[in-house]
Design a protein around this ligand. Structure first.
Ligand SMILES: [Zn+2]
Length: 253
């Protein structure tokens, strides 16, 4: 169990989550094979044979986006919730909600009239944070956890273990000083032309999700540069600027 004193368990879980759930460019079967100690014998071309969603989908072009300001904002939300005793034990989803300005915890901050410096500056910062979808807030907060800016603390009850979020104060200091930056990988998709050719015209079913012309952009006005080295006949769509609205959609692919 990850909450027990076994210090290897939590890093192992995080490695698996970042590879299997968060990464968009690693064959999912190879991540599973690694998790079960069979990574050395696993050859994606042979053992997956384009059967997992990552191998099947379009080539992913990654763009690195510096999200340090938003990460510091999320950490400040957590600090204020704890220091002002609004909420001492904050779960992952409660933190996501507070950061995106919904839920009872955020209401307690936004309606606080004490004029305290920390609360006032947090309210001001909230107005400068770009509007993002819930899924994007979740991805950002999960990346903060996997990169060590947030730490999980486990609290046990008679029936369960619950994970609560804590601020990694050293990592936060590094962000403030500029010694570290918080980078999110944003993806752009391009069809796997060359790989398909090698398959000798084998018909390949393309999932509905991979036909979307653009993935969701984390930050408004960030446009990924598309690769243009493949001179194919297929009609190319022009780059799309994705403006994030503040709607609370959960569907996302
Ligand atoms: Zn695969």
């Amino acid at each position: 169990m990850v909450h027990e004193s076994n210090s290897k368990a939590l890093p192992q879980l995080h490695t698996f989550v970042s590879g299997f759930c968060e990464a968009t460019d690693v064959c999912r079967r190879s991540v599973l094979a690694n998790a079960f100690g069979e990574g050395n014998e696993f050859v994606p071309e042979k053992h997956c044979n384009q059967m997992c969603d990552v191998c099947l989908k379009d080539v992913t072009v990654h763009v690195s986006v510096n999200c340090t300001t938003i990460a510091l904002y999320v950490l400040d939300v957590l600090i204020v919730l704890k220091e002002e005793a609004i909420k001492l034990d904050v779960t992952f989803s409660q933190l996501v909600d507070a950061a995106r300005g919904v839920g009872t915890s955020w209401k307690s901050i936004s309606t606080n009239t004490s004029k305290k410096g920390s609360i006032e500056s947090l309210k001001g910062a909230a107005k400068r944070i770009p509007s993002m979808k819930k899924m994007e807030w979740e991805a950002l907060t999960m990346a903060m956890l996997l990169q060590g800016f947030l730490i999980e603390g486990f609290v046990s009850t008679a029936y369960s273990f619950t994970s609560y979020m804590r601020v990694n104060l050293n990592a936060r200091e590094n962000l403030i000083r500029g010694d570290r930056v918080f980078i999110m990988q944003q993806e752009k998709k391009e069809e796997k032309k060359e790989k398909n050719k090698k398959k000798g015209g084998k018909k390949k079913k393309v999932s509905a999700s991979s036909s979307s012309s653009s993935s969701s952009s984390l930050i408004p006005k960030v446009v990924a540069s598309k690769k243009s080295n493949v001179g194919e006949k297929r009609k190319r769509k022009p780059p799309v600027v994705v403006i994030i609205d503040s709607s609370d959609e959960d569907d996302f692919d």
